[in-house]
Design a protein. Sequence first.
Length: 189
Amino acid sequence: MSVEQTLQERSGHKCELCGSEDNLRVYEVAPSDGSADQSILVCETCASQIENPETMDANHWRCLNDSMWSQVPAVQVMAYRQLNLLRGEGWPQDLLDMMYLADDVRQWAEAGMPSEDDDTTPTKDSNGTILNEGDDVTLIKDLDVKGAGFTAKRGTLVKSIHLTDNPLHIEGKVNGTQIVLVAAFLKKA
């Protein structure tokens, strides 16, 4: 049985966070080995807000009041992480105070959260979306590639980017050549 089938059966064909039955997909809860035990079934709304925290709608996440009590560790981990991201809203702190996680589950949850002393600037695309290692991006304008003798055309897809030490730049392959690109000329695919 595939991971998706296992999750569909476990969740009753519903998002394990909000209960929606539309546009479901597998979401691996990092750090993950890709197994069903370390993945959850989520709707597109939950997935997009998890992947782009700056677009988070706090009222949507009131569903965590129910899902945080799940017996599934991966669901508990995501509920804990989302509640922590929403702490500034007030009501999530009450839920966090009530929430119990086994020690190993708490370690897993905290391992995937950004550290509070992490002052590195994230790499953002032209729309302000945070780019992560391995993301796919699209060029938003033609770029002359110096030294390689070609122009990277607008609309070109750059797969599996690599982040650099400079948050303004990423590395990726265009026409088979590894180049450094300015993040402001890209949008997340």
